[in-house]
Design a protein around this ligand. Structure first.
Ligand code: G3H
Ligand code: 13P
Ligand code: ZN
Length: 330
């Protein structure tokens, strides 16, 4: 058993309270490899932002959980070396079982998500409560979820979203004891969040997604005042990155994300954590494709992963400063 405190991590309790009162949101960036982790830490140190490093079960399978955990421990030291001891949370993204959450807690994670959103309500309550009771013994914070997002998470594909039912949130929070709640108000996982037929087009033919359901968010805020809310599926799918990927041989069609002005508005509400993964994937892929297309003889991975890391860092700094408002809050 390793306590997250021994390795310099923090849980989400205090940073969420500050984010709630300060009307900003904490970035939760997924990582699977060293370059992503470096870019996240560089960006958040430079902007002096707290950060949540997220590991999905797909990431655990891809990179090995031991390596990722030591990378997070390394991230704490790396941030200090770069000159700012920012609060860093190590969070399990979309945990799907009690055993997985327990194993991550024993391994030094400071926060876990138990995603029972696909289960019937009572089973979601039961599973979430079990994880909370275990996690709180070690001061690890827990995120639960009510409502289903459309899109792809790990191997689960949800065809249709089910918005969170505001009438359930108070009971869920009370019965489970969760520390934060992920809700479904129209965000979606992946780079193709909406089908073209769900969107309208602006004068330039750019796809505009259906607006987020701020009315549902407001209703939820009324029922659980002061409680930290989480938004998954919050990539904005920058069209310049999609265009660059396609310009250099990619084939990404009809990609559409959540407009940044809507995320900015959400960050000023009870939303304290915003999950972003796909935008990083797009930025990294665009940079790698550009280098390889322009320098076909290049075969040193540092020559394409380095520019990919720089592009990621710029993206994360932009999110922190211009979308979430968590800069200078470390
Ligand atoms: O919500 C899903 C995250 O983007 C993680 O994706 O399961 O492919 O690592 P992944
Ligand atoms: P995106 O696919 O929109 O980046 O969402 C990521 C996410 O919700 C991770 O849990
Ligand atoms: Zn998610």
């Amino acid at each position: 058993m390793v306590s997250f405190k021994e390795i310099g991590l923090v849980n989400s309790r205090e940073i969420f309270a500050k984010a709630f009162n300060g009307r900003y949101a904490i970035p939760a960036f997924n990582f699977n490899n060293m370059e992503q982790m470096q870019a996240i830490i560089q960006a958040c140190v430079e902007t002096k932002s707290p950060v949540i490093l997220q590991i999905s079960s797909g990431a655990r399978k891809y990179a090995n959980q031991t390596l990722l955990r030591y990378m997070a421990q390394g991230a704490v030291e790396y941030a200090k070396e770069l000159g700012c001891n920012i609060p860093i949370v190590l969070h399990l993204d979309h945990g799907d079982s009690f055993e997985l959450c327990k194993s991550c807690i024993e391994f030094g994670f400071s926060s876990v998500m138990i995603d029972g959103s696909h289960l019937p309500y009572d089973q979601n309550v039961e599973l979430t409560k079990k994880v909370v009771e275990y996690a709180h013994q070690f001061d690890v914070t827990v995120e639960g979820e009510l409502g289903v997002l459309a899109g792809v998470e790990d191997d689960v594909v949800a065809e249709k979203s089910n918005y969170t039912r505001p009438e359930e949130v108070e009971d869920f929070v009370k019965k489970t004891g969760v520390d934060s709640l992920a809700i479904s108000i129209g965000t979606s996982h992946g780079a193709n969040k909406f089908k073209p037929e769900q969107c309208t087009r602006d004068a330039n033919g750019v796809l505009l997604p259906p607006p987020l359901r701020f009315d549902i968010l407001e209703e939820i805020e009324k029922r659980i005042p002061g409680f930290p809310i989480v938004l998954h599926g919050s990539s904005s799918v920058p069209q310049d990155q999609v265009a660059k990927i396609n310009q250099y041989g990619g084939a990404i069609k009809d990609a559409v994300g959540i407009p940044e002005d809507q995320l900015r508005q959400a960050a000023k509400s009870a939303v304290c954590k915003v999950n972003i993964d796909s935008d990083g994937r797009l930025a990294m892929t665009a940079a790698v494709r550009e280098v390889l297309a322009n320098s076909p003889a290049e075969f040193d991975p540092r020559k394409y992963l380095g520019p990919a890391r720089d592009s990621l860092k710029n993206l994360y700094m932009h999110k922190v400063k211009n979308v979430l408002g968590s800069d200078n809050k470390a």
